[in-house]
Design a protein around this ligand. Sequence first.
Ligand SMILES: [Zn+2]
Length: 152
Amino acid sequence: MKFIADVMLGKLAKWLRILGYDTLYYHKVDENRLLRDIQDGRILLTRNNRWRNLIPSHQLLFIRKNNPREQIREVIKNLNLCPDKDSILERCIVCNQILNSLPKTAVEGKVPEYIYDTSNKFLCCPRCNRIYWQGSHRDRMLKEIDEILIEQ
Ligand SMILES: [Zn+2]
């Protein structure tokens, strides 16, 4: 399932990307772009009623909650999503690209020394070159995701 997160839903978009879902995010309303992107089957997540007349109802989910954690639960529940833990943190949080594996030698000097010494799996975004690694950050996110999924 692929998504478009409308303006004001940036944090929700980030969480969907963390969970591995292909999610476009719009910083501002662009009707033409949205109508074009919706054509490949994306579901629009929005807080704006104006889209109800323009987008088929099966491709639109109106988000009622304010809190991003409640919003992600709202999406999971309403669309019957089953997030796959193996897909978590395989997509760039910033630009939605699938991350590539990097050999450890390629990140020497580009990540903090402590991280270099203690991590063995490194990933890189092909668009923004941001480097990701497994470690405390990922563990924290997995824990938070567990909490989100349990609370629903
Ligand atoms: Zn990126």
